[in-house]
Design a protein around this ligand. Structure first.
Ligand SMILES: *[C@@H]1O[C@H](CO)[C@@H](O)[C@H](O)[C@H]1NC(C)=O
Ligand SMILES: *[C@@H]1O[C@H](CO)[C@@H](O)[C@H](O)[C@H]1NC(C)=O
Length: 221
């Protein structure tokens, strides 16, 4: 089975009201939140998508998918903001505003990432946490699937197996790997002799470019 990867690298309820929020942010922070709001769909509740360190749920969101407990420590450099996109437009806004504020970006698919590369950086950065973008949609007729980059391989395999016993996707053997990192790194697995790497079986992808534009195969042709 081939796979379409939806790579659209794509609420915290503030414990403070937005009036309080404004008073807690310095001018840089305020500009970042404003930038994000300006580039997001009007229906967005910003406080459910962007988290600053003084927000009470920031720590739990940050720690949520840290699998190497060495990095679950106060010594780990934390992101200036965590963005938890609920839709692709939030990924676009995150990219545009991080660039505008000269912040690097780390993208976390939530898999095992024992090296912590998806959520640590020595330079000031924004963490885009894909924990809410993990849908898997299988088309048996086309023998393809769209998977959002925040799903794990286990979730992908589970969804395929629920719908068919005759199709599979050639990728790694470890169910806790995040699809985004696995496929963008190649993706070896036990079916590779016959079907190649996971990346060999990607037939389309939706990507957010560095300028914030969304592209896929049709727009790149
Ligand atoms: C990570 O550290 C926090 C305290 O800083 C702790 O509450 C949490 O349980 C730790 N996570 C794990 C998975 O051990
Ligand atoms: C950031 O956004 C502001 C306001 O739109 C704009 O004036 C400025 O040029 C932008 N800076 C960069 C580096 O994109």
């Amino acid at each position: 089975m081939e796979l379409h990867v939806l790579f659209a690298l794509f609420s915290l309820l503030f414990s403070v009201s937005s009036a309080n929020l404004a008073s807690l942010l310095n001018s840089n922070g305020l500009a970042f939140f404003n930038c994000f709001a300006n580039h997001s769909p009007a229906s967005t509740t910003i406080s459910s998508v962007v988290y600053a360190p003084f927000i009470s749920s920031y720590d739990s969101i940050f720690q949520n998918t840290i699998q190497n407990l060495r990095f679950n420590s106060s010594m780990t450099q934390k992101p200036q903001y965590i963005i938890v996109p609920q839709r692709p437009a939030h990924v676009q806004a995150a990219i545009i505003c991080s660039k505008n504020h000269s912040l690097q970006v780390r993208i976390r698919s939530g898999g095992h990432d024992y090296e912590g590369l998806s959520y640590k950086s020595k330079t000031p950065f924004v963490l885009i946490d894909l924990v809410k973008l993990r849908k898997v949609k299988v088309s048996l007729r086309k023998a393809t699937a769209w998977v959002q980059a925040g799903a794990t391989l286990g979730e992908l395999y589970y969804q395929i197996a629920k719908e068919t016993s005759t199709l599979g996707f050639p990728a790694g053997t470890c169910p806790t790997i995040g699809v985004g990192g696995h496929i963008s790194g190649g993706g070896q697995g036990s079916l590779m002799r016959k079907y190649g790497l996971a990346a060999d079986n990607v037939v389309d992808a939706i990507l957010v470019k560095a300028d914030g534009q969304i592209v896929n195969r049709a727009t790149m042709d």
